[in-house]
Design a protein around this ligand. Structure first.
Ligand SMILES: Cc1ccc(O)c(S)c1
Ligand SMILES: [Zn+2]
Length: 265
């Protein structure tokens, strides 16, 4: 498989060559979340708040894989996700980010066509399925809800003290392929908004190859604030070809027959 990326030569418009599902799939991600009109998100009063149990991580690797930066706790981590639209309990796997090279672009999901400067993805896998018992098996399982990814928009404002341990580490993984063991503990819960009640949810895919259509997406309405300096730290991370990652976001994909539900009016 040719190394995929986000340049003209290997970016989203070329991914179909190795991953035909990029063009033939009918539940690809990301999407544009529309709030009014024909294909808008429909309020569902049955959608409960999302429940996260994220004890502070004590052992993790922070890496630059050339197309994003990723926080990967050790396999023994006990962090879990349930509630919201989910009927099963999901195990935390990793979180990573998508961003642009200016504040008017960078998020993968959009709201009525508007992009945020970045998007945080918290990746989980269904730990109660009889069909798989690891994240990698879950991705390859063809189960439409093998994974659940929580998406949070980032917007520019005050410095985010809870995210500072991560953004301060970006300079240490500037080179693609580099990684560091995360020093000390990291409290992911402190990064998130207090209440996880208002979100959009729909069935979709990974937004990077293999673009597997195995994701229950939950995208929260309330953005997380970060400072301009914190955004600039993302934009200094290299892609392995001597250039900064200048926008590791996939454009929105067709909704096809899918509906998007909203937990709020
Ligand atoms: C599992 C996974 C890997 C990379 C991604 O961007 C997403 S969205 C999910
Ligand atoms: Zn992602």
């Amino acid at each position: 498989m040719a190394p995929w990326g986000y340049s003209k030569e290997n970016g989203p418009a070329t991914w179909h060559k190795d991953c035909p599902i990029a063009n033939t799939g009918v539940r690809q991600s990301p999407i544009d979340l529309i709030t009014t009109g024909q294909t808008c998100a429909k309020y569902d009063s049955n959608l409960k708040p999302v429940i996260v149990s994220y004890p502070a991580f004590s052992e993790a690797t922070f890496l630059n894989n050339g197309h994003s930066v990723q926080f990967q706790p050790s396999a023994g981590n006990l962090s879990e996700l349930s509630g919201g639209p989910l009927t099963k309990k999901y195990k935390f796997e990793q979180f990573h980010f998508h961003w642009g090279n200016n504040d008017s672009e960078g998020s993968e999901h959009r709201v009525n066509g508007k992009m945020y400067p970045a998007e945080l993805h918290l990746v989980h896998w269904n730990s109660e399925s009889p069909n798989f018992s690891s994240f990698q098996e879950a991705v390859g399982s063809n189960d439409p809800h093998a994974l659940c990814v929580l998406g949070f928009f980032l917007k520019v404002g005050a410095e985010n003290a809870s995210l500072k341990p991560i953004t301060d580490l970006l300079s240490k993984v500037k080179n693609a392929g580099s990684s560091v063991s995360f020093p000390g503990k990291f409290d992911l819960k402190a990064v998130l908004p207090e209440t996880l009640t208002d979100y959009y949810t729909y069935d979709g895919s990974l937004t990077t190859p293999p673009l597997a259509e195995c994701v229950k997406w939950i995208v929260f309405k309330e953005p997380i604030e970060v400072s301009t300096a914190q955004m600039e730290a993302f934009r200094a991370v290299d892609d392995g070809h001597g250039k900064p990652i200048t926008g590791n976001y996939r454009p929105p994909c067709p909704l096809h027959t899918r509906t998007v539900a909203a937990s709020f009016k």
